[in-house]
Design a protein around this ligand. Structure first.
Ligand code: NI
Length: 177
């Protein structure tokens, strides 16, 4: 089932998500809904905060917009960055800040420790787009959005632009209903 996306500056996006302790049907449903919602919106990653659930759950599919969609789904429960290297600046966007894109500095490589849907530990390493997606989504679970990674001046400018984009988005959503 597709869920509504929480739009910045909603407090849920600024709140730390809780650790998942029970790996049950509810979490499986949440993950399925998150993938469906992410594909509908054309995103490559989604954190549970963005559908209004304060649980440490992230889904990623870098092929979200291609014919390979669904073939390399990544589910991360209680993820944590355990190593990182390098630095790379690239443009980034977020389904919770519709229409806004800014260059953000991120580590070029990260190693993440997480649990799967069965509660088993695993590690995943990523460079480039995957490294960026991992950092962006784990930030969400910690109540951080990508504009929080900008300098204070750049963030202020981004917020001015975002105010207009948000009004436009809200008008479009109102028309769809
Ligand atoms: Ni995001």
């Amino acid at each position: 089932m597709e869920r509504d996306i929480v739009i910045y500056p909603n407090e849920i996006l600024k709140t730390k998500a809780e650790e998942v302790k029970e790996f049950n049907e509810k979490i499986i449903n949440l993950v399925n809904d998150m993938f469906e919602t992410m594909y509908k919106r054309g995103g490559v990653g989604l954190a549970a905060n963005q559908v209004g659930v304060l649980k440490q759950v992230v889904v990623i599919d870098l092929h979200s917009r291609t014919e390979k969609q669904g073939k390399e789904q990544i589910v991360l429960i209680n993820p944590e960055i355990v190593a990182q290297e390098g630095e790379i600046v690239k443009e980034e966007g977020c389904l919770s800040l519709p229409g806004l894109y800014r260059k953000v500095k991120r580590a070029a490589y990260v190693k993440v420790k997480a649990q799967n849907l069965n509660g088993e530990d695993f590690e995943i390493e990523g460079e480039d787009l995957l490294a960026r997606a991992l950092q962006h989504e784990i930030d969400h679970l910690n109540g951080v959005v990508f504009i929080d990674r900008l300098s204070p001046l750049q963030k202020r400018l981004a917020l001015e632009k975002y105010k207009k984009l948000k009004r436009k988005y809200e008008r479009e959503m109102a028309q769809k209903r």
